[in-house]
Design a protein around this ligand. Structure first.
Ligand SMILES: NC(=O)c1ccc[n+]([C@@H]2O[C@H](COP(=O)([O-])OP(=O)(O)OC[C@H]3O[C@@H](n4cnc5c(N)ncnc54)[C@H](OP(=O)(O)O)[C@@H]3O)[C@@H](O)[C@H]2O)c1
Length: 241
């Protein structure tokens, strides 16, 4: 029988600080991984053993077709440019790039699972971050493109990224885009990997933070714990049943 693990998972932006961790966790779980970015990994250790790097630019649809063909899933963790005009404006990577990736990944009728890394504050229309090429507007448009795709998806909105989770803290998944805070890249990467593995993550959008509190939630790599946490969240209104 054709098992999804026989098909590769694409990590778009997989040479970046979060993408590298996503790619590594996926290979550790026995997945075949394709890492996409414009430039090769800066250090050999940035590409986990077994993963294959493909040069691709999300702004160039033709560069995505080969690397995304036949993938069972994709994780999109591309960093946007912040210019107001030109190729490095956020629209190109946060919206058009997302659409290009969805189109390339479905061009032969595939229905990949999609995890989009977005950010907190995407629904805050007057937020100062929007001064950078309407960054938040285009993030929101990218999220909407994923929800409208009809594909199984999860939108993860991390808080401000740090390298490590502070000692004694856990993580917190919330909805409504009302909070702020930080979250470590390892926690974000684990959330992306678990979202691919958990049916209950399909059709949801959530914010992700590190958190202290009396009994901080520390799920580690327990898929059953993540499955329950995702199941406790509300489906997006746009979710296709
Ligand atoms: N920094 C924060 O506090 C924060 C907060 C919330 C959300 N986020 C989001 O979290 C995600 C991960 O952030 P990070 O700091 O870990 O990322 P990062 O280290 O900056 O890595 C970004 C990745 O995107 C790739 N990339 C950039 N432009 C591309 C393009 N046009 N086509 C293909 N690949 C491209 C880069 O490789 P090449 O340059 O070689 O192409 C790299 O692999 C990003 O989406 C970021 O916006 C960040």
């Amino acid at each position: 029988m054709d098992h999804p693990m026989d098909h590769p998972i694409a990590v778009i932006g997989g040479t970046g600080r979060t993408g590298r961790l996503v790619a590594r966790r996926l290979t550790e779980r026995g997945e075949r991984v394709r890492v996409l970015s414009r430039r090769p990994p800066r250090l050999p250790g940035h590409l986990p053993p077994g993963a294959v790097h493909h040069r691709a630019d999300v702004r160039d649809p033709a560069s995505l077709r080969g690397p995304l063909a036949g993938c069972s899933a994709l994780v999109y963790c591309v960093e946007p440019g912040t210019e107001n005009e030109g190729p490095d404006r956020p629209e190109t990577t946060m919206y058009l790039g997302v659409r290009n990736a969805l189109e390339a990944a479905t061009s032969a009728g595939e229905r990949p699972r999609v995890v989009l890394v977005s950010q907190i504050h995407t629904t805050h229309l007057g937020h100062p971050l929007n001064a950078y090429g309407r960054l938040l507007d285009w993030r929101r448009a990218g999220e909407e493109a994923v929800r409208a795709s009809g594909l199984p998806y999860t939108v993860v909105r991390p808080g401000w990224l740090t390298e490590e989770r502070p000692a004694g803290e856990g993580i917190r998944l919330v909805q409504g885009d009302a909070g702020t805070g930080t979250v470590s890249r390892p926690d974000l990467a684990e959330a992306c990997v678990q979202a691919l593995a958990c049916p209950s993550a399909d059709g949801i959008t959530f914010e992700l933070f590190n958190s202290s509190g009396a009994a901080p939630w520390q799920p580690g790599d327990s898929t059953s714990a993540w499955e329950l946490a995702f199941a406790a969240l509300d489906w997006d209104l746009e979710r296709v049943a």
